[in-house]
Unconditional design. Structure first.
Length: 416
């Protein structure tokens, strides 16, 4: 099976997947504990710490279309080789930061690097993989992410790294090495250079096409609520568990549930993939939204050590469904000449991640960490609002696929 898999994917794809594994391991050693570090070690107020977390997805959303357009216009191998080196330097500077403005600036630059690199790397995976293997490769990428998510918090717990930002130095070094390795693997990759449009008008024309793709826009609107719920794991949940007196060693419990999050996804991923293989992909992301919303209800129940475990189990299943289908769904909705732009614009869902930590921190500040019912009850209700947008997108897509004769523009919006 491993031999057959290696024949389906070339060395450049494996380079991207391996780099994803190592960088995400270091990422989850560091980033989930940033809010705890800022409030506990730097004594930055909870709301300002939430702003530091939110600036990353805010910049990501603001520049995602720009990053996607670059992926369609510039040689892809140059983007995925140069950006990780710059990104690594930004992470290393976190270790030397000492004030709220410095952390705000660095996390904004972090979001900018992400918005440029992610569309290019996803387009490379699509360009380097046969259409019948693309769902597989996007799920392997998701597996690599979750292996990092599983190992990272355990390593942080083992070496007691929650009280220092030294893991950011490790993270930055790995990103720089990732960029160097990419230059080696893609040194003869001229054939995957982005097809540069014949004129400036092309990018505007593609952007106008996206603005008319109401199915895609409704999907993004609904998914932004899902990502609002997802963002609470690294923001509101971490701050609540670290500060509440209802649970002993809440910060340690948070490390445990982060690793459990990845374990549930890794253990269930391919079984769930088989189960949902014939599902409408819009229904998959709809169920994921509802699972996110339901998971927060466990914090409304009487407090016990089991409560966070039940929360993370249901939460992980919701995350699994997004990871299993969303990127592949965007790939299927886009055409070859605007994949970068679609992957870039798909990052607009991070608008939910932008406001998630700020609103969660605001609710914690308003009601206090000893009042989880209004905090997580409202969080669950807001998250569930996305189900309506996703449901409408799925209905419109289903109706369009049943049209006897679709126009070329309509066909582009139909999943192939």
């Amino acid at each position: 099976m491993g031999y057959q898999l290696s024949r389906k994917l070339n060395s450049r794809v494996w380079n991207i997947l391996a780099g994803t594994l190592f960088t995400r391991t270091a990422l989850f050693m560091s980033v989930p504990y940033l809010a705890i570090f800022l409030t506990g070690q730097k004594h930055i107020p909870i709301f300002l710490a939430g702003c530091v977390l939110s600036i990353n997805p805010l910049v990501n959303v603001a520049f995602s279309g720009f990053g996607g357009a670059l992926a369609d216009r510039l040689p892809l191998h140059k983007i995925i080789a140069v950006v990780p080196v710059v990104w690594g330097a930004v992470f290393i500077l976190f270790y030397y930061a000492d004030s709220f403005p410095a952390f705000l600036l660095l996390n904004g630059l972090n979001g900018l690097c992400y918005s440029i690199f992610e569309p290019a790397s996803k387009k490379v995976l699509s360009a380097e993989t046969l259409p019948e293997n693309r769902l597989l490769v996007f799920n392997l990428r998701y597996t690599a992410i979750n292996l990092g998510c599983f190992a990272g918090p355990l390593l942080s717990l083992l070496f007691n790294m929650k009280l220092t930002l030294f893991p950011y130095v490790i993270l930055g070094t790995l990103y720089i090495l990732y960029g160097v390795s990419t230059q080696f693997f893609f040194r003869h990759a001229g054939r995957i250079q982005a097809a540069v449009p014949s004129g400036r008008i092309r990018s505007l024309r593609d952007l106008a096409a996206i603005r008319k793709d109401y199915i895609f826009l409704l999907l993004l609107a609904g998914m932004s609520f899902s990502f609002f719920g997802y963002s609470q794991l690294n923001g509101t949940v971490s701050q609540y568990l670290a500060a509440t007196s209802a649970l002993a060693e809440g910060a340690r419990i948070y490390s445990v549930i982060l690793s459990l999050n990845a374990f549930v996804i890794l253990a269930a991923q391919f079984a769930v993939l088989r189960l949902i293989s014939k599902w409408n992909p819009f229904n998959v992301v709809l169920v994921s939204n509802l699972l996110f919303a339901v998971s927060f209800l466990f914090f409304v129940l009487p407090v016990s050590p089991v409560m966070p475990l039940l929360f993370i189990t249901v939460f992980s299943l919701g995350e699994l469904l997004i990871g299993a289908r969303f990127d592949a769904l965007v790939d299927e909705l886009s055409s070859d000449n605007n994949k970068g732009l679609y992957f870039g614009c798909s990052e607009f869902v991070k608008i939910g991640t932008t406001f998630g930590p700020m609103l969660g921190a605001g609710l914690l500040g308003l009601y206090g960490v000893e009042a989880p019912v209004p905090v997580f009850g409202l969080t669950g209700v807001i998250t569930a609002a996305g189900a309506g947008f996703i449901g409408i997108a799925g209905f419109k897509h289903l109706r369009k696929t049943r049209l006897p004769e679709a126009t070329p523009g309509e066909q582009a919006a139909v999943i192939r």
